[in-house]
Design a protein around this ligand. Structure first.
Ligand SMILES: *Cc1c(COP(=O)(O)O)cnc(C)c1O
Length: 404
């Protein structure tokens, strides 16, 4: 194909050239005496991305789902009571996993388009004076509906109830794109993966773990069985810069490059860029007269927008039209919202011009599918927003103009 397909799904995300090139290396010896010089700094740099105050980071050769499983198996025991909420396909799947692994889930079933129910959590935790609940789970960014939840609020609910439960957060589509303050928020396990904010191919489950969770792991030796995902096995070899089984060396080479890019841009600048790009998308959605799946602005996600199509239109047609006519991949509606939403992923290596491409192609696909919008309305609104709030290009600084 002459032109690269335009990828606007919420993961895997676009891979920066520097990351792609960093992975294009001859196969290397993962037991060489030099290998730890490469791996040990990566563990340290990852801690900065998660803003940890203590603990450590594990890198599993798995997807994010593996890090979900590692979280549960290493810190909890079969029959343990945990508090979870379900409001989209990803939070739903984590609940399903917890139940299948034998946890006793206290479940808050919430409307899709909303997020973690802070008041309900506070209420349940306050009533649990016997501290039967061993862990509280929160999906920071529900990728299926484009909803971001308030993790600091969950921390507050725990603190207000003086509740000692562990706090487990799914940060797969937030870490590296939205602010994640593990230390400040007292997050005990934060799950991530390589193919979203880290701008890599799928294949690494990245799991940040607090000291409190590591202590729970030590006390839980009679808890859940684990082998592949065992923290203990990882720690023994990771401390020396190695892994208990073959690491995905090329992906970790890419991770090195990705961490360098993150460091260069700066986390706060990255969060601001994501917010700006998301705002541009939201301006376009407004101008089209369409609605987001997220019910209220407080739930708006800066990494993915799930957009509802009008009654009588099938979102699958919009997605297929974008794909076949305009060389553009959009995120589909998953399960409960299938056919009702299409998603624009706006996380990772993106700038205003790329968002412009997404909106331009979506606009054409919507018109082709009979959605009554005006050509140029959404793209125009986004352009006005980007122009009026422009600071500097993400890639190059304009030379200062000479005084006349
Ligand atoms: C993508 C995603 C997952 C699943 O990660 P995989 O890497 O596909 O296993 C879990 N949770 C959220 C919020 C996600 O966006």
């Amino acid at each position: 194909m002459l032109v690269q397909p335009h990828l606007f799904i919420p993961g895997p995300t676009n891979i920066p050239e520097a990351v792609r090139m960093a992975m294009n290396v001859p196969m290397e010896d993962m037991r060489s005496p030099e290998f730890p010089k490469f791996t040990l700094p990566i563990f340290e740099d990852l801690k900065k991305v998660f803003k940890m105050k203590d603990g450590r980071v594990f890198i599993f050769p798995s997807s994010g789902t593996g890090a979900w499983e590692a979280t549960i198996e290493n810190t909890l025991a079969v029959g343990d009571k945990v508090l979870m909420s379900r409001f989209g396909q990803f939070s739903l799947l984590w609940v399903d996993m917890a139940q299948r692994l034998g946890l006793d889930v206290v479940l808050c079933d919430e409307e899709w388009g909303t997020g973690v129910p802070l008041e309900k959590y506070a209420d349940i935790l306050a009533k649990d004076t016997a501290h039967e609940i061993k862990a509280v789970f929160a999906t920071h960014n529900e990728t299926a509906t484009g909803v971001t939840s308030d993790v600091a609020g969950v921390r507050k609910a725990l603190d207000d109830a003086k509740h000692p439960a562990l706090l487990m957060v799914d940060g797969v589509s937030s870490v590296g794109s939205l602010d994640m303050r593990m230390g400040e928020w007292g997050v005990d396990c934060c799950v991530s993966g390589s193919q979203k904010g880290f701008m890599l191919p799928t294949g690494l489950g990245i799991l940040a773990v607090s000291q409190k969770a590591l202590d729970a792991n030590k006390q839980k030796n009679n808890g859940m069985n684990r082998t592949f995902f065992s923290f203990e096995d990882m720690i023994k070899t990771n401390d020396l810069g190695y892994f208990p089984y073959t690491p995905a060396t090329q992906l970790i080479r890419g991770l090195r490059a990705s961490l360098d890019l993150i460091e260069m841009e700066g986390l706060e600048n990255i969060f601001a860029r994501h917010h700006r790009l998301a705002e541009g998308v939201r301006k376009a959605v407004d101008a089209w007269g369409l609605k987001l799946c997220a019910k209220e602005p407080k739930w708006h996600s800066d990494t993915v927008s799930a957009i509802l199509v009008p009654e009588g239109i099938d979102a699958v047609d919009v997605i297929k039209t974008a794909y076949y006519r305009y060389n553009t991949s959009l995120g589909t509606g998953l399960t409960k919202v299938a056919g009702k939403v299409f998603r624009i992923g706006h996380l990772g290596a993106l700038d205003e011009g790329m968002i412009g491409t997404a909106l331009f192609n979506v606009e054409m696909a919507l018109l082709d599918c009979g959605v009554k919008i005006k050509a140029g309305s959404g793209t125009g609104a986004a352009a006005e927003y980007f122009r009026s709030t422009a600071t500097k290009s993400a890639t190059s600084a304009e030379p200062a103009k000479k005084a006349a």
